[in-house]
Design a protein around this ligand. Structure first.
Ligand code: NAD
Length: 422
C-alpha cells in the first residue's frame, strides 16, 4: 500500500488479474507466479552532459514473464517513472501479448527524467549508456524494448545501434530485432509508428459493431496527443468521428463543432503542445472529462480517470488507449453505471502486434507492404476482440475481466503443458 493507504499501481495491476482469476477458479500456483516479476534489473550509469557536468542516472528494466516468448515491452522516459510503475506496466504487457496472441512475454523499462530537459546529444549519450548498462539483459530472442511515453523511433535506432556495437562482429547484422519501433530506414516496419492508434480505432469499430453504433455518429475527447493520441485522433476524424476535445501536458482545447485534427497535429509539431490552438477554445483539464462526448479516449498516463472524473463523464464508452488510465474505484463506478470500458490490454494492443511484425521482418530480412501489415493487424485485433466479446457474454463479467480471462487461458494452457521447472 502507499502512504495514503491506497493500492500502489503494481498492486492494482495484480488485483485486476486476480479478479479474473477468481471468475475462472485459477489454481493458486499460477496466481502466485503471475503476481511477481521474474527479474528486476536496476542500473546506475554515469553520463557526461553537454555542459561538462557528470550525472548518474538510474534505469529500470522489469521482466515480468516469458512463458510465451521473449520479454517484450516499451521504454518510458518520464519524471514520474519509478520501480512500482514499471512493475505494473511490465505485468500488463504479459497479459496484453497473451491476449493479442503474439509469441511474447511481458516487460517494461524506463528512466526517471524529462527528455525536454536535455539536448538531443545528451539524450543520445544517455540512451547509449543505458543500453550499454542493460547489456545482455536485452536481446532479440530474450527481451525486446520498444517506444513508450517520451521515447520514439529515434530512441530505438540508438538502442539498436549501441546493442549492435557491443555485439560480436559476426552478429551485428542479425541483432536488429533487439528493439522494435525503429525508423523504417534502420529496419523498422511500415505502419509501426501509427499502429497503436490504428489498433485503438479498430477497437472502436469492433465496439460499434457489438453495440449497433455508427462510427461516424460518435463524438470523442482525447487525453494525450503524442504518438497514440494523435494517430488515433487523425484516424478517428478521417473515419467521420467528431473530435470535440483534446488535452496534453500543455493544456486542454475544446470545439464542440469538431477540431481539425490535421491542423492540430501541425500546430503541436511547431508549438510543442495543444495549448493556444487557434481552431478551438482553451479549457480546463476537468472540462475534458465532463465534455459532451460519446467516447473518452485516455491516451496519456495512468490514473487519469478518477472516481470524480468518472462521475462527471456523460458518454457511453471509455476506450483505454493509455495503460492503466482508470483508477480501481472509477472502474467500479463505470461498471456499476452501465458505462462501457474497453480495457488497455485489449484496446492498445496494436503497437505490440505490429512490433511482432517488425521483429518477423527483421528475422527474415524482408519488408512487408503497408497492406500486409494493416490486414494482419486488423485480423489479430479482431480475433482478440471477438474472444473478449464472447467471454464477456459467457461469464457475464466486465470487458476487463473477460480480457484477463482470455489472456490467463493462454498462459495457463502453456504452463500446464510445459510444467514448472524443475
Ligand atoms: P507520448 O510520449 O508520445 O505522448 C504522451 C502524451 O501524453 C503527450 O501528448 C503528453 O503531452 C501527454 N501528457 C503527459 N502528461 C499529461 C498530463 N498530465 N495530462 C494530459 N496529457 C499529458 O506517449 P505515447 O507513446 O503516445 O503513450 C501514451 C500512452 O499509451 C501511455 O500510457 C503508453 O504506455 C500507452 N501505449 C503506447 C504505445 C506506443 O506504441 N507508443 C503502445 C501501447 C500503449
Amino acid at each position: 500500500m502507499t502512504a495514503g493507504g491506497q493500492r500502489s499501481l503494481h498492486q492494482a495491476a495484480v488485483a485486476q488479474f486476480q479478479r479474473a482469476a477468481d471468475l475462472i477458479d485459477l489454481e493458486p500456483r499460477y496466481r502466485e507466479i503471475l503476481s511477481y516479476p521474474k527479474n528486476e534489473i536496476i542500473v546506475n550509469f554515469p553520463v557526461t552532459l553537454d555542459d561538462g557536468s557528470l550525472r548518474v542516472f538510474t534505469g529500470y528494466r522489469i521482466q515480468h514473464n516469458n512463458i510465451l516468448g521473449p520479454y517484450k515491452g516499451g521504454l518510458r522516459f518520464h519524471p514520474q517513472v519509478d520501480l512500482d510503475e514499471v512493475r505494473a506496466l511490465a505485468a500488463w504487457m504479459t497479459f496484453k501479448t497473451a491476449l493479442a496472441g503474439v509469441p511474447y512475454g511481458g516487460a517494461k523499462g524506463g528512466l526517471t527524467l524529462d527528455p525536454a530537459d536535455f539536448s538531443r546529444d545528451d539524450m543520445r549519450k544517455i540512451v547509449r549508456r543505458f543500453t550499454h548498462a542493460l547489456g545482455s539483459n536485452i536481446g532479440p530472442d530474450h527481451d525486446i524494448p520498444a517506444p513508450d511515453v517520451g521515447t520514439s523511433s529515434e530512441t530505438m535506432d540508438w538502442v539498436m545501434d549501441t546493442y549492435a556495437n557491443i555485439s560480436p562482429p559476426g552478429f551485428r547484422q542479425s541483432v536488429k530485432g533487439v528493439v522494435t519501433g525503429k525508423s523504417i530506414a534502420v529496419g523498422g516496419s511500415i505502419g509501426r509508428e501509427e499502429a497503436t492508434g490504428r489498433g485503438v480505432l479498430y477497437s472502436l469499430r469492433h465496439w460499434c459493431g457489438e453495440t449497433g453504433t455508427r462510427l461516424d455518429d460518435l463524438s470523442v475527447a482525447i487525453q494525450g496527443f503524442g504518438n497514440v493520441g494523435s494517430h488515433f485522433g487523425l484516424l478517428a476524424a478521417e473515419a467521420g468521428c467528431t473530435v470535440r476535445g483534446v488535452a496534453d501536458h500543455t493544456g486542454t482545447i475544446v470545439n464542440l463543432e469538431g477540431i481539425e485534427v490535421e491542423k492540430l497535429r501541425s500546430w503541436v509539431d511547431e508549438q510543442g503542445g495543444v495549448a493556444g490552438f487557434p481552431g478551438a477554445d482553451d479549457a480546463s483539464t476537468e472540462d475534458l472529462f465532463s465534455l459532451d462526448v460519446d467516447v473518452l479516449v485516455p491516451a496519456a498516463l495512468e490514473n487519469q480517470v478518477t472516481l470524480e472524473r468518472a462521475k462527471a463523464f456523460k458518454g457511453r464508452l471509455i476506450m483505454e488507449a493509455a495503460n492503466g488510465p482508470t483508477t480501481p474505484d472509477a472502474d467500479d463506478y463505470l461498471n456499476d453505471n452501465g458505462i462501457d470500458v474497453v480495457p488497455d490490454i485489449l484496446a492498445n494492443g496494436g503497437g505490440v502486434i505490429v512490433s511482432y511484425f517488425e521483429w518477423l521482418q527483421n528475422k527474415s530480412a524482408r519488408a512487408w507492404s503497408f497492406e500486409d501489415v494493416d490486414d494482419r493487424l486488423r485480423d489479430l485485433m479482431w480475433q482478440a476482440h471477438d474472444r473478449v466479446a464472447s467471454t464477456h457474454k459467457e461469464h457475464n463479467c466486465t470487458r476487463r475481466d473477460a480480457a484477463y480471462i482470455v489472456a490467463l487461458d493462454r498462459l495457463v494452457d502453456v504452463y500446464n503443458r510445459r510444467g514448472i521447472f524443475p
